[in-house]
Design a protein around this ligand. Structure first.
Ligand code: SME
Length: 165
């Protein structure tokens, strides 16, 4: 059994340090990408408060062979399955290869509302060999829930996972 309940009093950097430690321990000797993403989505849910969605989209292909994001393991309500590169917050994280920290999703041009309760969002690209292979997406029902410290914590998680998903 894995028992990774974080202490409620942790500050944000320490919370992400412990989350990354748990993610490292759970994924380091497992080669199955789906298993690793599933466990990490569950860990994010345990460690990061005030979320309504946490999970992965991976680069896949549409019927014409063009790249697009395809839903991966997550915790939360059922979500949009496919997102074109450049569309919404997730698609922007891929086309810009850059973290998107969105305080108000309603103000983000093209935001894709998978859960109407979402108010703020952070999306971090997972980069392997210089190419975006996936994104990690965290949504919150609270406006401006995520800070630069959250973005940096999720970026560390993405770096840790880049060869494991
Ligand atoms: N809001 C995202 C779509 C994914 S869901 O939030 C799970 C976006 O605009 O790309």
């Amino acid at each position: 059994m894995f028992d990774y309940k974080p202490d409620a009093s942790l500050d944000t950097p320490e919370r992400y340090r412990q989350l990354c430690g748990a993610a490292d321990a759970l994924t380091q000797s497992e080669s199955d990408a789906v298993a690793n993403m599933a466990n990490v989505a569950a860990l994010i849910w345990e460690f990061v408060p005030d979320l309504n969605w946490a999970g992965f989209y991976r680069i896949g292909e549409n019927a014409d062979g063009a790249e697009e994001l395809v839903l991966g393991p997550f915790v939360g309500r059922p979500a949009c399955i496919r997102i074109p590169i450049g569309a919404g917050v997730c698609g922007a994280a891929v086309s810009e290869a850059k973290t998107q920290l969105v305080e108000d999703v309603h103000a983000f041009p093209g935001h894709i509302a998978c859960d109407a309760a979402s108010r703020s969002e952070v999306v971090v690209p997972v980069i392997r060999d210089g190419k975006v292979i996936a994104v990690i997406d965290l949504d919150s029902p609270e406006p401006a829930r995520f800070t630069q410290e959250d973005a940096e914590g999720v970026e560390r998680l993405a770096a840790l996972l880049s060869a494991r998903i």
